[in-house]
Ligand binder design. Sequence first.
Ligand code: C5P
Length: 309
Amino acid sequence: MVPTPITVRVPAKVNLHLSVGDTRADGYHELATVFQALSMVDEVTVRSAEDSGIDVHGEGAGSVPTGPGNLAWKAVRVLAERCGRDPDAPGVQVSIHKGIPVAGGMAGGSADAAATLFGLNALWRLEIGRNELADVAAQLGSDVPFALQGGTALGTGRGERLVPVLARHTYHWVIALDQHGLETPDVYRELDRLRRGSTNNGMGNVEPMLEALASGDPRELALLLGNDLQAATVSLRPGLRRTLRAGVDAGALAGVVSGSGPTCAFLCESADSAVRVAAELSGAGVCRTVRVAQGPVHGARFVGDDRAD
Ligand code: C5P
């Protein structure tokens, strides 16, 4: 009997705090980051099919690779190898519906890989446990384990070692999308260039942010938002300075570049305030489009499965 197709919903992330330390021997940078999963989601359907492949729909789908360069396809190959299927003909079609901006610093590609792992684990009845699935996710990319886990979490190592963080509040965000994406390695390279000659690559202290999240006051959290990659992103996209200013002028508590950017995330006092900020920001002509989102939300889960964790 052919198994029923499985659809998985998976969130975008924003980094509330991102400290970048030194480059490691493997070329990655040592990170200390606080992730939050946001209510901007992709939906990924895996179904058994003779002709294996990947199709992508939704906003920005045209710039997502459908071949081996897609991280979701790498996820298929890794699990296929693991369960003795031919990785070149694993017998699965993956359909991705994009709601997460492409190349926007919100880990959309990582989210699709996480959803694919989660969906195939069920479709192929692999029964891989949560921790082991997180290990497979980490092999695929630094942000993939967080997309599986969701919520709010502290990430260390290259971002893949996670500890859940208590966040006592729903936070309201306005997300400003830029015209064109940025490639993450380019942004890290620019940071290395900007830092050349400086010896102070110390990791910022995340403790105050963890306390702010536990208290649940968005004004306290707003004072602590920070991203070491922001200097590099703004150096590559100087126009983002104007976007960041416009969000705060529109009434946001604070704004920060999301991950490697160029998406900017603005923390707002309330749901009403977020709607007002979004309206004003979209009229300011400083970005391609504006969305409203909440966080934290769950990590990858089956569509239709609304049970609490
Ligand atoms: O892990 P992932 O494939 O998502 O990372 C994409 C790129 O981002 C890496 O190839 C590297 O250039 C950069 N990166 C980094 N340090 C990290 C995470 C990512 O330099 N901790």
